[in-house]
Design a protein around this ligand. Sequence first.
Ligand code: EPU
Length: 343
Amino acid sequence: MNSLTALQKNVSLKSLNTFGIDAIAACYLEIHGIQDLESVYRDGSLRNMPRLILGGGSNLLLVSERFEGIVLRVVNKGIAVERDDGHAVYLRVAAGEKWHDFVMWTLANGYPGLENMSLIPGTVGAAPVQNIGAYGMELKDHFYSLRAFDFQTGQMVELDREDCAFSYRDSIFKHAMKDRLVITDLTFVLPKAWQPNVSYGDVAGTLKEKGISEPTAEQVSQAIIAIRQRKLPDPAVQGNAGSFFQNPTVTAEQMAALKAKYPNMPSYPQPDGRFRIAAGWLIDQCGWKGRQLGQAGVCATQALVLINCGDAKGSEIAGLAKAIQTDVQARFGLSLVPEPVFI
Ligand code: EPU
């Protein structure tokens, strides 16, 4: 069957983005495999349209009420052990798998290593785009390679960790390869020598409260799920896209000057000598926590998360973000960069 018979016109994206913003896509196609991508590529008019590659829609703000292009939603499934070299296991995962389901699969099958990234919303294929991370771990720490369809050449390509240029909440897929490559599957490497990583924030404390001193990977996962559920709103209940801003990075000199003025400002030293500052704290200090502008709001338990309080338009969320950026800039001289992609 020609894949393009499944092409739909004028599709609402409301249930396909975790903010729950209502916007219409002119064209929409679910991608089950490479053949679907090849069909789009072969059709000149579809190939040349603006493209939005969609996974779980958890890092997206639909600012325009209509997208005059084609949405390609990657929904392919499958997880398999690619190889086991005695030291590590290599897992190949389809881009359309849900990230959290994949993490649960690794734990159920005895492959620890990804537990600190439990409960992050979104799909496996979207995870490298912003190099997802939480509780002292980033995707890049266990990433091996990925395969993607290149809309410039119509060919499949394979990228290793270096090719992807991962950094904090960033990769080549937000820049040179934006909208050009459609990631179809990833390979992760999970070393067999495993150590729990509980050094971040309240992870160790949460385990201690339960009387656990030598946690298993499942116990670390459960602790992280509990922390996330306590702090972060469930997108199924209240529309949001997780952290709305990146934590800003400053030099050691800038940090010293800020600390002198604001001794309580939470900051994290980075391997390159710079410091990352908790954006949630900056927003909280500006009095935004729990506030609302129209139907757009700031979460009452974590000021870094913006929420859809009902039927917010994307432009209302963007307006609230702008107001917050202006206040943080005026008060601290720091500019906040949004995490989600604006469409
Ligand atoms: N804080 C406040 N007020 C707030 C929120 C935070 O004072 O309203 C303070 C906290 O007290 C703490 C500090 O800010 O001292 C940091 O807060 P938290 O531990 O919640 O982490 P974060 O830096 O705000 C980052 C990630 C999260 C990730 C957590 C845990 C970014 C932009 N966000 O948040 O990632 O889950 O660390 O690793 O790096 C996401 O990207 O969507 C996300 C949720």
